[in-house]
Design a binder for this molecule. Structure first.
Ligand code: GUN
Length: 300
């Protein structure tokens, strides 16, 4: 008989509640000391349904921990100049501690130009090149939320990182690259894999820590997972459920990660589910970053 392992499920929803409770205490202390709450401004351009959900959740989560959250919803036709003017205003506003522009932006707006326009001290996404450069130099400032949340999940798994082999699949500025930096800072031996990587399956099989951040549903198969490895699945992909319709007669869909969860859970030592893994942690660390930005700005 083949012995099957059953992975420990890393519950991001529950861990995010712990992080949010910690932030709530700090948010109250900040408000009492400064006579105003910490402020987070979230900017959405256009009406992408997933982005609408994410940004509403971010605003709501901020309000729940005592951060003054404000969502700016701008029409898809908003010009780059108009968006930059809003960011100028928010940069200059002393009651604003964190600014986040939801990605992706409509095609006529230069994403790089917009991210560069957010003052680094208020860049709670950690996407500004100054913050990316500080992280890469081992002098982290504001660190992207999803990699921070993923590292906390690895801590929950008590995964030994020093000397471990870590493979990060995906090289985005938002997740892959900063995640690799954080793992490196913990003395892991880090490989960043991507669409041109040769024999990705064999590479993944060597990973003690496997992080999937490619945005391709269930691409990482169960037999790519080294027995006992810790698997962090950053992907959130909506896929059709073949042959099933919802109550309104529309195609039924479900959320899946970048990892074939059921297969991978048979081999992994610990694994994050989708939904309920990395997703809630991203929002929790956005709130944490907002408090970090507010506290630093207050100290001057
Ligand atoms: N789009 C997908 N993920 C993110 C994120 O973490 N921050 C922002 N601003 N946009 C995103």
């Amino acid at each position: 008989m083949v012995r099957r392992m059953t992975a420990r499920i890393l519950d991001g929803k529950k861990l995010a509640e712990t992080v949010r409770a910690e932030v709530k205490v700090r948010a109250a202390a900040f408000a009492a000391e400064r006579g105003r709450p910490a402020g987070l401004e979230v900017v959405l351009v256009g009406s992408d349904p997933a982005s609408q959900v994410y940004t509403r959740n971010k605003e709501k989560a901020a309000l729940e921990v005592g951060i003054r959250g404000k969502l700016h919803t701008l029409p898809a036709e908003t010009t780059e100049q108009e968006l930059l003017a809003l960011l100028d205003r928010l940069n200059a506003d002393d009651a604003v501690d964190g600014i986040l522009v939801q990605l992706p932006l409509p095609g006529h707006i230069d994403e790089q130009k917009v991210l560069d326009a957010i003052t680094p001290a208020k860049d709670v996404d950690g996407f500004h090149p100054v913050n990316a450069g500080l992280l890469a130099s081992g002098r982290p400032s504001l660190v992207p939320c999803t990699p921070r949340g993923s590292m906390r999940l690895l801590a929950l798994a008590e995964a030994p990182l020093s000397g471990a082999r870590a493979v990060v699949v995906g090289r985005s500025n938002i997740v892959g690259k900063p995640m690799a930096q954080l793992l490196l800072a913990e003395n892991a031996t880090v490989t960043i894999a991507h669409s041109r990587t040769k024999d990705l399956a064999a590479l993944c099989r060597e990973a003690d820590v496997l992080v999937a951040a490619v945005g391709r549903p269930e691409m990482i198969r169960g037999d790519w997972v080294k027995p006992g490895a810790v698997v962090v699945d950053v992907g959130i992909n909506r896929v059709d459920v073949p042959g099933e319709k919802n109550a309104a007669g529309q195609q039924k869909t479900r959320l899946v990660g970048d990892v074939a969860y059921a297969e991978a859970a048979e081999r992994a030592g610990a694994i994050t589910p989708v939904p309920g893994g990395v997703g809630p942690m991203t929002i929790a660390y956005l709130l944490d970053n907002t408090l970090i930005a507010a506290e630093r700005r207050a100290r001057g």
